[in-house]
Design a protein around this ligand. Sequence first.
Ligand SMILES: NC(=O)c1ccc[n+]([C@@H]2O[C@H](COP(=O)([O-])OP(=O)(O)OC[C@H]3O[C@@H](n4cnc5c(N)ncnc54)[C@H](O)[C@@H]3O)[C@@H](O)[C@H]2O)c1
Length: 342
Amino acid sequence: MQIEKDVKTIINSLKDSSIDYKGLRVLISGGAGFLGSYICDVLIEMGATVFCVDNLSSGRLENIQDLIDQKEDQFTFMRQDIVDASVLEIEDQFDVILHLASRAAPMEFEKYPIAILSTNTIGTMNTLELAKRSNAKILFTSTSETYGDPDPQFVPTPETYAGSVISTGIRSCYEEGKRSGEAFMAAYLRQYGINTRIVRIFNTYGPRIRADGVYGRVVPRFVNQALIGDPITVFGDGAQTRSFSYATDTVEGILRAAILDSASGEIFNIGNDKEMTVLQLAKIVKEQTNSDSEFVFSKLPEGDPKRRCPNVTKAKTILNWSPKVDLHTGLKNFISWVSELK
Ligand SMILES: NC(=O)c1ccc[n+]([C@@H]2O[C@H](COP(=O)([O-])OP(=O)(O)OC[C@H]3O[C@@H](n4cnc5c(N)ncnc54)[C@H](O)[C@@H]3O)[C@@H](O)[C@H]2O)c1
């Protein structure tokens, strides 16, 4: 099974650097989502106690059902909105808090802007309050979208790039929500000395990422269209670039940043630094799935960034992390997981 293999890969890479979560108490918001549920699996396998808070807006209970059923001494699930003040009634103490809660697919930005903005602002403040009470390390999953549509001279984009974002644009609930979440992290660090860390994640794909309806992100959308022989829908002329990270690399980066002392107060880009056009991706997916699908080109969504590629030098140096999975291997793993579902 692909996910079990991936979980082992992540644990082995962490253990090679003597990183272990055994015995730690970890709160994770958004733990029923794509990346969050991977993290729950890894932490439980490593021997941590995990408290998962999720409102199941874009996540799925089935992602964590095995943990609920089989690991009840280590795993607690609470269906709860992180924005709701009642989350502050959680009395448990934690060593580490991972704040992943947030819808993350571009089509959702148009449909749920208020929920997205409040999850990344009020929700971030609530998790910081929990961290303050527990004296816990806290990590916030920010995004490459904080850079907006970067000036080409800042691609690959370093963490020091301040960003080019329109505050009222169609994507602003997410871009500005994440930027405000980062500002909350900085404020709690300055005012209360909270042990914060921020990761700016670039496009990540892998098993459990949703492909349906408004949740569909580009890799699962292309793969599903190619596998069933539907036209592969490319936005614009497909010349916009992205760089694609497989789940194991991104999750490993998150779990390194969350715990290493050297990461305290820092911001890291986490993503794959191989940049390609969306049309190139579509062609690779078509080839790797042996598909007869045609390409169809549709209107480029408003605010769609022209280029996305991280400079990951800082994560390499401080976290001893680097992306290891190339697109071909990652797609093979993802396609193999999609086949397991049939
Ligand atoms: N996957 C990527 O490519 C990517 C890229 C950049 C940033 N990120 C960030 O990483 C995090 C996880 O993303 P993902 O890809 O796993 O997305 P996802 O949608 O699969 O997971 C998000 C989870 O958060 C939960 N959630 C949303 N709002 C909530 C709220 N108010 N209260 C409680 N739970 C809530 C959802 O139900 C879901 O389980 C997000 O913060 C996202 O912004 C992801």
